[in-house]
Design a protein around this ligand. Structure first.
Ligand SMILES: *Cc1c(COP(=O)(O)O)cnc(C)c1O
Length: 379
């Protein structure tokens, strides 16, 4: 029997985010195979891209994942509680005075400037304990990391590097989702040049899309995020298995006359008698306002019982109106569920409609939605 998350939904639930942990594990296995010979870590920042960090870590750990990257220390604490033995890196900053917190949780900072390295080294000398950390180079993105010149300075101060345990040399690609972009090769060269200045150490370069640039980009450890959660790593590449499904409940169905209008601003007028279903979800749940009707054209399409229901009018904070005139009798009723992301619409497709990327769509989704996890029993 197939598990139906709707049956597990709370009677009061207005929206439902179903996360398929078996698909998450399968995607991890696919990426690990793609980068055979390298360790496959998982990037689970922003609450595992909105899917739920704790559950994601438990599922990925069962699949053999032992290294995790998060953006903030608070995120690292959540992971530590779910994975006692895992290696955890914090990507975004090591600030003065935070050494004890990192040491207590055995969390590793990613050090992206000489100043951060000096702080970490001083902290380690004080404790007389060379604790591990990663070093990040900026190889062309101009965002975060040490540029070439700073790496030279670092190389000239071997006593700094001797005060702690450099565990990983890393950098991040700006254009990995465009395989033909010249910056990919340029960054690869710059990364090699930075590595060559320092003592030998494990290295990491590739995000999801970087994995598909080929073995030269893999090094010792790859760091996929988005593709794990079912996102399309790069243009023209098939997404892996879909991990999330977002559904919202119909609050009310009613008939509206031709010539009347729908929603705020009376933006969309009805050219025919229209049956309207109102869904209990809106831009406060991450269904961006940009997905509403524009210039009289219906917005995104939801699916009810597999049938298309175009959005009418503007997206409100907590409500969306759908045209269900053409949906077979009986399917669109009070309490029924409409699929917004899932089998019919991928997160990437919906994001594109809103003029953004799947990453933003995923991480904006609905703290209000009831989360249901499936596939945790797998294997
Ligand atoms: C977010 C992030 C990743 C993961 O990127 P995806 O494109 O989601 O695979 C890898 N490395 C760094 C430094 C990141 O910030």
């Amino acid at each position: 029997m197939v598990f139906d998350p709707r049956k597990a939904a709370d009677p009061t639930a207005t929206s439902l985010l179903t996360i398929d942990l078996a698909a998450l594990r399968a995607n991890y296995a696919t990426l690990r195979d793609q980068a055979k010979g390298s360790e496959c870590a998982a990037v689970i920042k922003a609450n595992a891209y909105g899917t739920g960090a704790e559950q994601a870590v438990r599922a990925l750990s069962k699949e053999g994942c032992g290294t995790y990257f998060v953006a903030t220390f608070a995120e690292a604490e959540t992971i530590r509680a779910a994975a006692r033995e895992a290696t955890i890196y914090v990507l975004d900053g090591f600030f003065s005075g935070s050494g004890p917190a990192f040491a207590e949780k055995a969390v590793r900072p990613v050090l992206s400037s000489l100043a951060e390295i000096q702080d970490w080294a001083a902290f380690c000398r004080e404790r007389d304990q060379p604790l591990p950390a990663a070093l990040q180079f900026d190889t062309g993105m101009n965002r975060l990391g040490m540029p070439h010149g700073e790496v030279e300075q670092l190389a000239a101060e071997p006593e700094l590097l001797a005060s702690f345990a450099p565990a990983l040399l890393m950098s991040h690609l700006a254009c990995a989702d465009e395989p033909g972009h010249p910056l990919n090769e340029a960054q690869l060269k710059a990364f090699e040049a930075c590595r060559a200045m320092l003592p030998a150490c494990r290295a990491s370069f590739a995000n999801s899309a970087g994995i598909f640039l080929g073995a030269r980009y893999h090094f010792d450890l790859v760091r996929p995020g988005f593709a794990l959660y079912g996102g399309k790593a790069a243009e023209g590449r098939e997404a892996l298995r879909r991990v999330i499904r977002l559904e919202a409940r119909i609050v009310q169905v009613h008939d509206a006359r031709a010539g009347t209008s729908v929603g705020y601003g009376a933006d969309q007028s009805l050219s025919r008698p229209t049956r309207i279903a109102t869904l209990a979800i809106g831009y406060a749940d991450g269904i961006f306002r940009a997905l509403g009707a524009r210039e009289g054209q219906s917005g995104f399409t939801a699916y009810i019982g597999g049938h298309a229901a175009p959005a009418l009018g503007r997206i409100s904070m907590d409500l969306i109106t759908l045209d269900v005139t053409d949906i077979p009798e009986g399917l669109a009723h009070r309490g029924a569920w409409a699929e917004i992301i899932g089998e019919h619409v991928s997160v990437d497709d919906l994001a594109a409609r809103a003029g953004t990327i799947g990453y933003e769509m995923l991480t904006s989704l609905s703290s209000r939605a009831q989360r249901i996890y499936t596939g945790s029993e797998a294997r």
